[in-house]
Design a protein around this ligand. Sequence first.
Ligand SMILES: NC(=O)c1ccc[n+]([C@@H]2O[C@H](COP(=O)([O-])OP(=O)(O)OC[C@H]3O[C@@H](n4cnc5c(N)ncnc54)[C@H](OP(=O)(O)O)[C@@H]3O)[C@@H](O)[C@H]2O)c1
Ligand SMILES: *[C@@H]1O[C@H](CO)[C@@H](O)[C@H](O)[C@H]1NC(C)=O
Length: 286
Amino acid sequence: MLIFLGLLTSFLSFLYVTAPSIRKFFAGGVCRTNVQLPGKVVVITGANTGIGKETARELARRGARVYIACRDVLKGESAASEIRADTKNSQVLVRKLDLSDTKSIRAFAEGFLAEEKQLHILINNAGVMMCPYSKTADGFETHLGVNHLGHFLLTRLLLGQLKESAPARVVNLSSVVHHAGKIRFHDLQGTGVTTYAVHPGIVRSELVRHSFLLCLLWRLFSPFLKTAREGAQTSLHCALAEGLEPMSGKYFSDCRKTWVSPRARNNKTAERLWNVSCELLGIQWE
Ligand SMILES: NC(=O)c1ccc[n+]([C@@H]2O[C@H](COP(=O)([O-])OP(=O)(O)OC[C@H]3O[C@@H](n4cnc5c(N)ncnc54)[C@H](OP(=O)(O)O)[C@@H]3O)[C@@H](O)[C@H]2O)c1
Ligand SMILES: *[C@@H]1O[C@H](CO)[C@@H](O)[C@H](O)[C@H]1NC(C)=O
């Protein structure tokens, strides 16, 4: 037993000492394009922290007007002022968007459409994970309501503007634990709007806040997890890389197209999800 504990301790200390190099190895893809974004308009949901905030920072650095769309405007403002100071770009704006309430989504879209003529990049980044069972204002289970339906409605409401601003892009934060039906690329074909799904990596962020076990694991393995900045690279790649248009509808990880689970490639499931989403939200896509 003692020997085992001794071995375990030395193994763990070895891991911790070598962590920086191991982590660098696993840090994964880096967005290498130099594309600058003067005059471009970007909306990022949930950009007050984590991956979204780092994505916003980099897009602001490249000169875009960046809208941080978040549910807590105070948190948003503190992220925005940090980013403004860091990038010297004053065009980092905060708008209220609570994806767990379709009223708030509609109000956000209405306000945005009134103040901006164009939208070049929409990053559907906000998300919750393992939060206790609860329902959104419209009675949807929270994960489904916020992560999927909320962004589905938001995208629908902003689609006209995206089309008018083409070439435009929609980037969805997905996950390696993605499930069936998230990808429905046909509907955005031929519009000049392209769309990408992203697995950011396993990233140190607030995402695991609802699970005690994951918080513990995240803390224990934190030297091996990606930083939020590293986690933002694939979102940035999908938003910026030149010539990516033929890859519309694809799923990316570490700045590369990667394999989607067979379940998520099932067109019937995708279509069903699509129709059910429209029904639940009481909207039509076209
Ligand atoms: N971290 C990972 O390892 C990992 C892995 C795979 C995929 N992802 C995906 O990456 C995306 C970003 O996650 P993260 O790791 O950066 O997590 P995070 O630090 O928890 O950030 C999530 C963001 O979503 C916002 N949000 C949550 N509910 C919302 C609502 N109802 N309305 C508006 N905004 C809401 C949060 O706002 P508050 O600050 O106000 O709560 C926060 O800004 C998520 O979609 C996540 O599923 C992450
Ligand atoms: C991204 O999400 C929007 C809204 O749900 C959807 O229209 C689009 O097809 C999705 N794209 C990908 C590649 O997942």
